[in-house]
Design a protein around this ligand. Structure first.
Ligand SMILES: [Zn+2]
Length: 562
């Protein structure tokens, strides 16, 4: 090699070293992670509802614009634990809102049917420990001993399942409204019932702060501002919201000193950011999910009697206001991180646990509170920890073919149908699948066989439904293939609901597509078309924080180029 060529080579090497050094200086490996999970969000909400903070993150971070849930059931209590474990539902211990406790982990008896949404923190912990996989908190404790891992959210099961076995602090609303005799009634702008913070190791600065008491479902007919939310913001009577009405928890409400919903969650998280030496925070914002269930997420038909004038309190129970407000809370958390000097060392993630659809084809009990009558069906009263599915019409008309087999132990239906059977021989499973095939708007049926599902029938589909189903259906169903999971599964047409008007749970594109953005200060922005799934979140977090995997995961890591 000539001297001149050696010189050129040396110059290139020096340049590469300088570039690498510059890259390292711009975005150092993060030592903290914040995951904000929007409970239900479609990717297009960010632009449509002016979610400026999420748009800012998307333009400066890694925007995985083709991200999906990537598994079933696309339900809150399943997705949340996947996000913090990197495990498919089939390896988690539960795969949907209902499970068969084959190994008697919970002590109700081997094979007992239990409803997952009613499990306690201790029971979720038993299920996780029986499968033996580490979660986000375990990794953070190993890498950053002594630093706090905390979870916050509006629903007990979502926070308890996420925190189970690995977090130090978890905070949610108290599960029951408490009545009268408030400890310090003069600080509250209402009389009657309220909810306070609850959970595990709730810090004193949250437990003892009256700001964290909120009004829920009170008779506020004499309160101001007017109109007062004295009838659950009208959603107890308005169709279709009355299927699953808002009781005051998931929206901020009218009392500025005691806001509920996503404001409450953000405030609790900010308190921890200000007061603790922490390494990982997982926040769940539940507002969008509640509004999406009531009116149909992203429904352009604008159903409901209230206009969307953001100046009225009733705007809070509609999507434009609640989505914008969720984004504001994202911004408040970002500001708290900046104020506390944590921003440049934090991997900041915003994602959703599932999307949603709405039921042009409705097969549920159309009545006040109909959601819980329709989602759960327990014809022989076999479930051990719940009485859901035992009252009222119970969707018996539409589910009659399935029950007529005389072999149905329990079924759960949302935007997919899942059945747990009494006799689980191949013949009896095939019989149930045959009954399911005949139910309205079923596009494919599957029977579990070991660690996979076998397609047993397919129905008519539109071209768009077929393209999505051929690309994703089998793979999505297989992520539930565990002994705890359903014996028979029916996938449904787009815009079909067996539970409530706005719903999720199945394999439809609208339900599976989610936003996914990851940001570290100084990183090179990137738009990725990679098929990112929820199961990839934890491996990606660990990889980009330089933390080694301790156990197998179902997901894979994506480099953020830090
Ligand atoms: Zn959810």
């Amino acid at each position: 090699m000539s001297l001149a060529r050696k010189g050129v080579l040396l110059a290139i090497v020096v340049l590469l070293v300088l570039l690498a050094a510059a890259g390292a200086a711009l975005a150092a490996k993060p030592t903290k992670v914040v995951i904000i999970t929007m409970d239900q969000m479609k990717p297009w909400y960010a632009a449509t509802y002016d979610m400026d903070n999420i748009l800012w993150l998307q333009s400066r971070g890694a925007n995985f614009k083709n991200a999906t849930v990537g598994q079933m059931a696309s339900e809150t209590v399943v997705s949340h634990n996947t996000i913090v474990s990197g495990q498919f539902p089939k390896h988690m211990g539960w795969t949907d809102e209902v499970m068969r406790d084959t190994s008697n982990v919970l002590g109700y008896g081997a094979g007992a049917i239990v409803t997952v949404g009613d499990l306690t923190y201790e029971q979720f912990t038993l299920l996780v420990e029986a499968e033996g996989y580490p979660k986000l908190g375990d990794y953070m404790h190993a890498k950053f001993p002594g630093k706090v891992v905390a979870n916050f959210g509006g629903k007990y099961y979502q926070v308890a399942s996420t925190a189970a076995s690995s977090s130090d602090i978890w905070v949610t609303f108290g599960s029951k409204a408490q009545t009268s005799a408030l400890p310090v009634p003069e600080v509250l702008p209402w009389s009657g019932t309220y909810r306070g913070p609850s959970g595990g190791n709730v810090p004193d600065y949250i437990a003892n702060d009256d700001r964290f008491k909120i009004s829920t479902g009170n008779d506020l007919s004499t309160a101001s501002p007017s109109p007062a939310p004295n009838d659950y913001y009208g959603t107890k009577t308005d169709k279709p919201a009355y299927l699953y009405p808002e009781d005051g928890r998931m929206v901020p409400g009218p009392y500025e000193t005691n806001l509920g919903g996503d404001d409450w969650v953000a405030d609790a998280a900010i308190k921890v950011i200000e007061n603790e030496d922490w390494s990982a925070l997982h926040l769940n914002f539940s507002g969008i999910d509640k509004i999406g269930h009531m009116w149909g997420g992203g429904n352009v038909d604008k159903v409901g009697r209230y206009d969307w004038d953001p100046a009225t309190i009733m705007a809070q129970v509609h999507m434009p206001w609640i989505a914008k407000n969720a984004d504001k809370q994202v911004g408040r958390v970002m500001k708290a991180l900046r104020d506390e000097g944590d921003w440049s060392s934090t991997l900041f993630i915003v994602l959703a646990d599932h999307g949603s659809t709405w039921a042009k084809r409705a097969h549920y009990v159309d009545a006040a509170g109909g959601g819980n009558l329709s989602w759960y069906y327990d014809p022989n009263e076999v479930a051990k920890n719940t009485t859901y599915g035992r009252f009222g019409a119970n969707n018996e008309t539409v589910l009659a073919p399935l029950n007529a087999t005389g072999n149905l132990a329990y079924s759960y239906q949302s935007t997919a149908i899942e059945a747990w059977l009494i006799d689980r021989s191949w013949t009896k499973k095939a019989e149930a699948a045959g009954a399911m095939k005949a139910m309205p708007d079923v596009i494919a049926t599957y029977v579990r066989w070991g660690d996979r599902y076998v397609l047993t029938s397919k129905g008519s589909m539109t071209r768009a439904e077929r393209i999505w189903w051929e690309g994703h259906g089998q793979r999505l169903v297989n992520t539930m293939a565990s002994p705890t999971g359903p014996d028979v599964v029916g996938l449904l047409k787009d815009q079909t609901g067996y539970g409530v008007y706005g719903d999720h749970g199945g394999a439809q594109r609208e339900v599976q597509r989610v936003p996914m953005v990851m940001y570290v200060k100084g990183m090179k922005p990137k738009v990725s078309t990679a098929p990112f799934r929820l199961v990839d979140v934890l491996p990606t977090v660990l990889y980009n924080m330089g933390i080694k995997k301790m156990a197998p995961m179902d997901g894979r890591a994506y480099s953020l180029g830090l």
